[in-house]
Ligand binder design. Structure first.
Ligand code: SF4
Ligand code: FE
Length: 500
């Protein structure tokens, strides 16, 4: 089925009790809790998009697994065009939410496990692939809301998983029926708004670390799971229930997920102690998620550009050449992030039959740009908006009849724009640009900056580039291998080396 947003909310309401904590207190109904409701609404947008005229052509896809149309957020990419549709959909959804809509991690996890279990099947371990495809059909048929959990808490970074006690999620016991796991996953986007979570290992493992090489899916209302929701900037404003200061009405959240001896039935285990595959899984997943950032972050940048332009008009400076320069720079930065995401999609790599993986070079470049450009864009929008971005009176001052006339008198710009419009736009800009979704997540989400640089450095063939230089310098007669880019074949070779 293609669920509607309402059906999604009802599904979350009808979960069994899940232990979710916000500001130290257990939450009864996440769909009504003021702290979490904006996040539920953002997640909901991924469902509504499949029914809205302006987005359903992007948000729907045909699944050969169940022979039905599915929400693209459960789709296994079948072509480079499918991958590009993902990036376009994410940009579009950012326009509808002004926030991270949180459903992409689970989607990337599905696509990753599809490839990884297929590679395992090629090596003779067919069970995992068969289980996974059954699970995929269930997710597609029911349009399940998935979160993805990769990041372990990691403890002392110089120590391996088996050298530490609680730093990585671990298999405690294996029975015929299933496995028991304990540990914690950190910074998990949208976790309280999901029905199920797909858990994956966070790094390459050695044979001594095999108890940590585990992937599975589990409904959030399973016994032993606890969620501690993290704080965000200005989050207490949501509790005020204002309709200006609490903007955007949609947002995202992250949480620490605790697995206290949780039982996972065997049909939901997609990797067990297969330590050799763990590094490949991480590489495939992280490239998928890094590609996505080219879509969602450029979409948020559109919101910021629009707000900056509007604020410039409100005070009559939109035609000033330095303002136009700043806006142009914001466009350039935005389209840079987006076009690398599109390039990563259209220049995709076919890893196996019906397995389309993003181009890892471009996907990593996308995310590396995203670690920088949102900060530049935010600086420029702060510049254009003026100091009012950090000092505007509150919604509650505006609503105070004694103060409102003064605020209207002294904060008026061009008379076409009521002062309330200015305050609303200032708050929107504040909430979108100075947010976890646009700043902190842009640095650390889908892997911190250094993680992408390691990949760039590893897959770029410096020796090949050196040969080009030596040939042009007349130092040697090089026989060029047939590569257009120094990294082109190296990368696929490396992946297939890992496969064998
Ligand atoms: Fe999706 Fe972007 Fe949020 Fe990741 S950061 S879940 S790609 S919207
Ligand atoms: Fe993210």
């Amino acid at each position: 089925v293609l669920r509607t947003g309402e059906q999604y909310i009802n599904a979350i309401k009808s979960r069994n009790k899940v232990e979710i904590y916000v500001l130290g207190k257990e939450v009864k109904d996440v769909t009504e809790h003021p702290f979490l409701k904006p996040s539920i609404l953002s997640f909901k947008a991924t469902y509504d998009a499949a029914h809205e005229e302006d987005s359903k052509f992007l948000a729907r896809a045909w699944s050969p697994f169940i022979n039905e149309e599915v929400n693209r957020f459960t789709h296994i990419h079948r072509s480079p065009e499918d991958l590009a549709a993902k990036v376009k959909l994410l940009r579009k959804l950012s326009h509808k939410t002004g926030a991270c809509f949180q459903r992409c991690v689970g989607w990337d996890a599905l696509n990753t496990l599809y490839i990884v279990t297929k590679l395992m099947a090629e090596k003779g371990k067919k069970d995992y692939y068969e289980r996974f495809v059954e699970y995929l059909k269930y997710v597609q048929k029911n349009d399940i809301a998935l979160a993805g959990a990769m990041t372990d808490v990691k403890g002392v970074r110089t120590l391996k998983p088996h050298e530490q006690k609680n730093a990585y999620l671990k298999v405690i016991e294996v029975t015929k029926e299933g496995i028991y796991v304990s540990g914690a996953k950190a910074n998990i986007t949208g976790i309280a708004a999901a029905e199920e979570v797909i858990v994956m290992p966070t790094r390459a493992m050695s044979d001594k670390d095999q108890d940590f090489a585990v992937a599975f899916s589990i409904p959030l209302d399973t016994e032993g799971i606890k969620v501690i929701v993290g704080r965000q900037l200005n989050d207490a404003r949501r509790m005020e229930e204002g309709e200006i200061d609490a903007l955007p009405y949609r947002t995202n959240h992250e949480g620490l997920v605790i697995f206290d001896n949780v039982f996972v039935p065997m049909e939901r285990v997609f990797m067990l102690r297969d330590w050799q595959m763990s590094g490949i899984l991480v590489e495939i997943f992280s490239a998928y998620h890094r590609q996505g950032y080219g879509g969602c972050k450029s979409g948020l940048a559109d919101v910021i550009i629009g707000a900056s332009y509007n604020l410039a008009k409100q005070i009559g400076v939109e035609k000033a050449s330095h303002i136009q320069n700043k806006l142009t720079e914001m466009v350039l930065l935005t389209e840079n992030m987006y076009s690398t995401g599109i390039a990563a999609s259209l220049d995709a790599i076919k890893l196996c039959e019906d397995c389309w993986w993003v181009n890892p070079m471009f996907a990593n470049v996308t995310k590396q740009l995203v670690t920088r450009f949102p900060y530049e864009i935010t600086k420029l929008s702060t510049d254009i908006a003026g100091g009012i971005l950090g000092t505007a009176p509150s919604e509650w001052d505006l609503k105070n009849s004694k103060l409102r006339p003064y605020i209207e008198k002294y904060l008026q710009g061009i008379s076409d724009y009521p002062v309330e419009d200015r305050l609303r736009m200032v708050r929107l800009l504040e909430n979108v640009s100075l947010s976890v979704a646009f700043l902190i997540e842009s640095v650390h989400g889908a892997g911190s900056p250094e993680a992408q640089r390691i990949v760039l450095n590893r897959i770029y063939d410096y020796d090949y580039a050196e040969k080009i230089a030596r040939y042009l310098a007349n130092l040697e007669k090089t026989e060029f291998k047939d590569k257009t880019e120094p990294w082109r074949q190296t990368d696929t070779e490396k992946i297939s080396q890992q496969k064998s």
